[in-house]
Design a protein around this ligand. Structure first.
Ligand code: AMP
Length: 185
């Protein structure tokens, strides 16, 4: 099986850890737009310089920019061989529309934690872009743009929601059970 999955979850939902588990479990390629952007910032590229102010303030980059970045990555051969787990994209309905116009997506997976849990975990991890203002902006962007994206997948009956609160292994087991049930494997 080369599953084509997109994962949703507020920051601090444990998405990074669970994505590492899922990509290993399914052999899929992990494509994290946040990681790609952070790498571009660290490498000091022109694209990184463009992205940084958005990231620092908790705002989303423009859809056309992100669609271009993901399109390029999805065109690489490892993706067609192994499938993918998209993490951090799509975050808006236009991004979802652009994605699904180009590639088949089997399932959206919502790793669900409340705003309160998300806020507490972000404050706890203390990353230097985790200022209270940036956290508020990120949660607002999630509510305004990403929740409708989740609903967009749900309306097409392509979404499972998994409770993200609990022991890491327990959440991993829930994810695999939910995904396998929906993908019929
Ligand atoms: P993440 O690690 O996924 O939370 O991404 C970190 C930051 O990168 C976000 O707060 C946004 O500024 C930017 N970003 C990542 N993915 C996207 C996307 N799909 N659309 C717009 N901005 C994004």
């Amino acid at each position: 099986m080369a599953p084509r999955l997109v994962i949703f979850g507020r920051q601090g939902a444990g998405k990074g850890t669970q994505c590492a588990f899922l990509t290993d479990h399914y052999g899929a390629v992990h494509i994290s737009t946040g990681d790609m952007l952070r790498e571009a910032v660290a490498a000091g590229t022109e694209f990184g310089a463009l992205a940084k102010p958005f990231m620092d303030s908790g705002q989303l980059l423009p859809d056309d920019v992100m669609v271009g970045v993901v399109r390029e990555r999805l065109s690489e051969s490892d993706v067609s061989e192994r499938g993918f787990l998209l993490d951090g994209f799509p975050r808006t309905v236009p991004q979802a529309e652009a994605l699904c116009a180009e590639v088949e997506v089997d399932l959206g997976v919502n790793l669900d934690v409340s705003e309160e849990v998300s806020r507490a975990r972000m404050l706890d991890r203390g990353r230097n872009d985790d200022t209270p203002e940036a956290i508020d902006k990120r949660l607002a962007a999630y509510a305004d743009q990403t929740v409708p994206t989740i609903e967009w997948f749900a309306a097409q009956d392509r979404m499972v929601t998994v409770d993200g609160v609990g022991e890491q292994a327990e959440v991993s087991a829930r994810l695999v059970a939910a995904i396998n049930e929906r993908l019929g494997s």
